[in-house]
Every structure is written in structure tokens, then in C-alpha cells.
Design a protein around this ligand. Structure first.
Ligand code: HEC
Ligand SMILES: [Cu+2]
Length: 329
């Protein structure tokens, strides 16, 4: 049985690859997460050394000094000055060897980005993420897009309760607190899609407050920025999307959502470019017609506590509305 357990353990730890462990801190892809991983390995080797030494001595003591018939009482070591000084000093030294790199890592990951970093304001909401790019004049929701090998500075706060931003492969977690700004700075070193989630209990759908980070080459990132900056195409006359736009205009959606030029709601994510997202609702569901159907009819049934009220629309209106949302690239 222990052998089977060991085999399973080895198997589990062997597949430290990428896509199958999207939230592993052991596959770092930024300077921030590499610093953390380096410290982790450092402490791990010290702990392993201590473990082998202590358990080794324990085994020696058990075997060599066990009680045998006719054996004299062992001599106590109490008052052995050299022994006592050395087993006080050795752990103190080990703690220094752990403390110095720990302090260094705390300072190097404190969130100070170099001059010229791309600044993104991150705002946590129950239960979705808002990202504003003040220098680019765009914003994004749940899915953060950043250019690869560029220093990034995240200035983070909350619109309501405390949340915590955590994308394990890109760095450590940090709290988002209303009325305060906490910072994370990092440079992602490879393109790809990274998963994260809220790491501070924030209510009914805390576990459903996921996020994605798309680390992109400069040209792909620039194309995305241009797309987010442009206003989506006006639906063609007589198209389902145009009918859907009319449905949107006269539905309660406008009280909670923004679509540039149509409505200015701030309760839920901005929908101006909702059709360009891969996921919705805290990166929880793929963004497709079937999901949008169910979501609009009854969001809290899909995501407990979701602050979007169930909507009642005729099937025709709903189909048109979804065609419109999907056209908002
Ligand atoms: C009472 C306010 C409210 C109303 C009314 C409302 N919504 Fe929402 N909506 C929200 C909130 C809040 C969220 C975010 C929920 C979450 O992810 O936890 C949301 C999320 C969404 C999303 C997902 C967006 C994303 O990128 O994650 C879509 C799409 C959406 N709403 C469409 C609509 C449509 C269409 C209507 C009208 C038929 C509507 N909503 C009416 C509050 C509202
Ligand atoms: Cu949260």
C-alpha cells in the first residue's frame, strides 16, 4: 500500500507541465513568480537537509542506544557545553540563511515597477474583475491582456468587499481593499493563457470569481488594443443584431450595463466589446449563444448570488439580443 501511494505521488508530481496544471506555482512564467519559486526551492533544500540530519540521528539513536538486557544506564548529556552551544547556533544560522533571501524576495516583489511600465488599474467586484488601462484609454473585464516581456504595474482596489488577485504562474497573491491601492509588478516571460482566481473569501460566488490573463506578443496585443478602442460596427439595417439592439435599449439591461453610446450602467461589466471575450461572468463560462441564453434568463442559477437579476424576454427577443451581444466585437 505505501508503495502504491508513493507511485501515485510520483505520478502526480511528475506532470509539472503547463496546460494540465494551469494554476501551479511550480511552473513560473514571470520574474515575480520565479523569485517566489527560487525562495521556495531554497527553503525546501534547507528543510530537506534538516530532515535528513534529524531523522538520521534519530535512527542511529534508536538502533545504537536501545535498551538491552544487562546494559548499563546511558550517560546523560545535560551540561555538555559544546553540544548545547552548537545545537543553539546551528538552527539560528539556518534561520539567518532563510531570512536573508526571504527579506530580499519581499522587497523585490513589493510592487515597484520600473519607469515606463504599462499601468493597469484592477478593480474587484462581487464577483468579476475590471481592468482599466489609463494610458491606453481602454478597459477589459475578467480577461486581462498584457504584452509579453513588458513590465506591468497593477494598481489594485475593490468596489465592495476585500478580494485577492492571484495568478499563480505570474506571481503571488495580493489583496484588493476598498479605499486603498495595493500594487503588483511583474514581467511575464512567455506568451500564453494563464488562469487565476480570487483568493480572499468574498461571498457566495467567491469560488466562481476566476480570471484569465492573456500574455501576448506586442503585435497581437496592439491588435487587441485597437479593437477595444474602436466602436463596434453598427448592426446592419434589418439584421437580427439590429432588432437585438432595440431589445437592449428597452430592457432593464441599460440600468446596470454600459454599451458605448447606448447606456451607462455601472453595476455589471461594460458590454461594449462583450463579443470579443472568450469567457463571461468571472471567466467562469465560455462566451457562446447557449451560455448567454441561460445567463440572461437566470444568472443566479448559474452563479450563486450573482448580482444580475433574472430577465424575462420572449424567445425571439432573446435570440435577437444575443445576436447583438455577439456582434459587439
Ligand atoms: C440588476 C443589474 C443587472 C441587470 C438588470 C442586467 N445585468 Fe447583466 N450583469 C450584471 C452583473 C452584476 C453582472 C456580473 C455578474 C458576475 O459575473 O458575477 C452581469 C453580467 C452580464 C454579462 C456577462 C458579462 C461578462 O463579460 O462577464 C452579460 C453578457 C450580461 N450581464 C448581459 C445582460 C443583459 C443582456 C441584460 C438585459 C437583458 C442584463 N445583463 C441585465 C448586472 C445586471
Ligand atoms: Cu473576490
Amino acid at each position: 500500500m505505501p508503495l502504491v501511494l508513493l507511485a501515485v505521488l510520483l505520478l502526480l508530481t511528475a506532470c509539472g507541465g503547463g496546460a494540465d496544471l494551469p494554476q501551479s506555482t511550480l511552473v513560473p512564467r514571470s520574474d515575480f513568480s520565479a523569485d517566489l519559486f527560487g525562495l521556495y526551492k531554497n527553503v525546501f533544500w534547507w528543510a530537506l537537509g534538516v530532515f535528513i540530519l534529524v531523522e538520521g540521528l534519530l535512527l542511529v539513536a534508536i538502533v545504537r542506544f536501545r535498551a538491552r538486557p544487562g546494559r548499563a544506564e546511558p550517560k546523560p548529556v545535560h551540561g555538555h557545553t559544546v553540544l548545547e552551544i552548537s545545537w543553539t547556533l546551528a538552527p539560528a544560522l539556518i534561520l539567518v540563511f532563510i531570512a536573508v533571501p526571504t527579506m530580499r524576495t519581499i522587497f523585490s516583489t513589493a510592487g515597484h515597477a520600473p519607469e515606463g511600465a504599462l499601468r493597469v488599474e484592477v478593480i474587484g467586484h462581487q464577483w468579476w474583475w475590471e481592468y482599466r488601462y489609463p494610458t491606453l484609454n481602454i478597459s477589459a473585464y475578467n480577461e486581462l491582456h498584457i504584452p509579453v516581456r513588458t513590465p506591468i504595474q497593477l494598481d489594485m482596489t475593490s468596489a465592495d468587499v476585500i478580494h485577492s488577485f492571484w495568478v499563480p504562474r505570474l506571481g503571488g497573491k495580493r489583496d484588493l481593499i476598498q479605499g486603498r491601492t495595493n500594487r503588483i509588478a511583474f514581467r511575464a516571460d512567455s506568451t500564453g493563457e494563464y488562469w487565476g482566481q480570487c483568493a480572499e473569501f468574498c461571498g457566495a460566488s467567491h469560488a466562481n470569481m476566476r480570471l484569465r490573463v492573456f500574455v501576448q506578443s506586442d503585435s497581437v496585443f496592439q491588435r487587441w488594443v485597437d479593437q477595444q478602442r474602436a466602436s463596434p460596427a453598427t448592426p446592419a439595417k434589418g439584421s437580427p443584431a439590429e432588432a437585438g439592439q432595440q431589445v437592449y435599449r428597452r430592457s432593464p439591461c441599460i440600468a446596470c450595463h454600459t454599451i458605448a453610446g447606448l447606456s451607462q450602467g455601472r453595476v455589471g461589466p461594460d458590454l461594449t466589446h462583450v463579443g470579443s471575450r472568450f469567457t463571461i461572468a468571472g471567466a467562469l463560462f465560455p462566451n457562446n449563444a447557449e451560455i448567454l441564453h441561460r445567463w440572461i434568463m437566470n444568472a443566479p442559477a448559474m452563479k450563486p448570488g450573482a448580482l444580475m437579476t433574472p430577465q424575462s424576454l420572449s424567445p425571439q427577443d432573446l435570440d435577437a439580443l444575443i445576436a447583438y451581444l455577439q456582434s459587439l466585437k
